[in-house]
Design a protein. Structure first.
Length: 100
């Protein structure tokens, strides 16, 4: 049964290395190379959304041969608007993790 109160946010949506036909949903200028699930969950929280579930190792339908992962986020806005609010936070979290 589908849950209509949650939005699935795949790691592949923010992966700069992927093409749009392989699952990237945003422009390359706002994406990062090889995001991690922990950073995505932190970015979702920083953007003001609540994480309902995380699943590591799930396979994105456009890339069934590669394990990825997703975060289920409680829906409060249209999905694309939510993705564009999460993207800069993900870049900030990733940069902060690399500086350590």
């Amino acid at each position: 049964m589908k849950e209509y109160d949650c939005v699935i946010v795949w790691l592949d949506y923010f992966n700069r290395v992927l093409t749009r036909s392989r699952g990237r949903r945003l422009g390359r200028e706002v994406c990062i190379p090889d995001p991690t699930l922990e950073n995505l969950a932190k970015a979702v929280e920083m953007a003001g959304f609540s994480v309902a579930e995380t699943k590591e190792g799930a396979r994105h339908p456009r890339r069934p041969y590669t394990k990825s992962g997703y975060v289920a986020v409680t829906k409060t806005a249209p999905k694309t608007r939510m993705l564009y609010r999460i993207a800069p936070k993900l870049a900030r979290v990733t940069r902060a993790g690399k500086k350590k």
